[in-house]
Design a protein around this ligand. Structure first.
Ligand SMILES: *[C@@H]1O[C@H](CO)[C@@H](O)[C@H](O)[C@H]1NC(C)=O
Ligand SMILES: *[C@@H]1O[C@H](CO)[C@@H](O)[C@H](O)[C@H]1NC(C)=O
Ligand SMILES: *[C@@H]1O[C@H](CO)[C@@H](O)[C@H](O)[C@H]1NC(C)=O
Length: 278
């Protein structure tokens, strides 16, 4: 009985997630009233999907392998094998100010102010005093240059790069914006930025013994989308958030999958004249 209930609960969590992701498209094409009256699984908006990263221990166990009498004990054993122990801290850094008039990515280098901002961000991260494990930066020039300056303040931290973190248009924003883009842009960039989210943002692996502190140096759109997805806010809301250059966003992912946003776009550590505004 317990197993059956558990199976149903696991299944419906996944279905709810799929339905939430699908809701955008359904809502757009069929209209809200249609959507509510349809016989599709009921979406409880505002409900937390515990299996958001597909690492909820119950979803890691093949329930049909567990049998009868000894079932519950066996299940507990299996579940314990899949229970993460550590907390992951993710610091999302927006690159600092760069030359907007560059024609190609390699010409879009940091401005003098941008270089100063990166120094301040690096100093701040160092000052926070966490035992950083890893810096991962987008392969775009402005992110790499920001990383080069930040890492001077964080010696001995492993560095790697990723194309997944490059700037793009994650999903058509809601409310719509005046700088309209054809759907193909979202069609191409969206899944890649979603892949960045799935790859980097999840609860700790079971093998991870200690809390970790990772720094992702990337771009405003990528960070805004990740924040919406991590908090299970509608992803189309990404453009309602604004992030300063060189700012720090801090996400905390607990072993049980709880996520909290500790800081969003913090640049309060910069003297006001170093904060770029447009
Ligand atoms: C789950 O276990 C059953 C019984 O051993 C097996 O037949 C089935 O293929 C397994 N399912 C998956 C997805 O591995
Ligand atoms: C950050 O700098 C870029 C130019 O590098 C500029 O377009 C943007 O508006 C700045 N953002 C903020 C929030 O100041
Ligand atoms: C985190 O999740 C657990 C259940 O998994 C819940 O009891 C707890 O209150 C949550 N904490 C926060 C801060 O969301």
């Amino acid at each position: 009985m317990f197993l059956r209930r558990a199976l149903i609960a696991g299944g419906s969590a996944a279905a709810a997630a799929a339905a939430i992701l699908g809701a955008v498209a359904v809502g757009k094409t069929r209209g809200d009233s249609d959507f509510q009256s349809s016989s599709a699984p009921t979406i409880k908006t505002g409900q937390w999907d515990k299996n958001w990263d597909r690492r909820e221990p119950m979803s890691m166990v093949n329930l049909s392998k567990i049998n009868g009498e000894t079932g519950e004990e066996e299940l507990q054993l299996h579940l314990n094998k899949h229970k993460p122990k550590a907390t992951r801290h993710i610091f999302l850094i927006r690159h600092s100010q760069y030359k907007l008039d560059g024609k190609t990515d390699s010409e879009r280098v940091l401005t003098t102010l941008g270089r100063e901002q990166a120094e301040l961000t690096g100093r701040r991260l160092a000052g926070l005093g966490f035992k950083y494990n890893h810096i991962i930066h987008s392969t775009m020039t402005r992110a790499k240059e920001t990383m080069d300056i930040i890492c001077k303040h964080l010696p001995d931290v492993t560095i790697s790069s990723s194309d997944l973190l490059r700037e793009g248009a994650p999903i058509r924003p809601e409310p719509p914006v005046c700088h309209w883009k054809p759907d193909v842009v979202y069609y191409e960039d969206g899944p890649r930025i979603e892949a960045a989210f799935r790859h980097y943002i999840h609860r700790a692996d079971v093998k991870q013994e200690e809390d970790s502190y990772e720094i992702l140096i990337c771009h405003a759109n990528v960070i805004r989308y990740i924040v919406c997805r991590a908090l299970q806010f509608p992803p189309e809301a990404w453009l309602r958030i604004s992030l300063n250059n060189g700012s720090i966003t801090h996400l905390v992912i607990r072993p049980n999958g709880n996520v909290s946003l500790r800081m969003l776009g913090d640049s309060g550590f910069m003297p006001s004249e170093k904060i770029s505004r447009t």
